[in-house]
Write a protein that binds this ligand. Structure first.
Ligand SMILES: [Zn+2]
Length: 85
């Protein structure tokens, strides 16, 4: 259940609807177990977030610390974009 909640937060951070069912959440847990996904620690806030196993681990920054471009959480997101490069 912890992974499911993390996934919901992950989706919300990316501005997507949390449409993941419990069945799919269980599938996600199995992905973790098989090594396809893993929790990557954020280099800024230290939180752990869902990431693909082959994504770079060093210097990972989560959506809270560095919102993705399509998040649209604030009207001034363009400033965040400038920071993110
Ligand atoms: Zn962070």
């Amino acid at each position: 259940m912890k992974s499911y909640r993390l996934y919901l937060e992950h989706l919300q951070l990316q501005g997507e609807e949390p449409a993941l069912s419990l069945t799919r959440a269980w599938t996600l847990v199995r992905y973790f177990a098989s090594g396809l996904l893993q929790l990557t620690p954020c280099s800024r806030c230290g939180g752990h977030f869902v990431a693909h196993a082959h994504d770079p681990q060093r210097g990972f920054v989560c959506g809270l610390c560095q919102p993705p471009s399509r998040a649209g959480r604030t009207r001034r997101s363009s400033e965040a974009l400038a920071v993110a490069g």
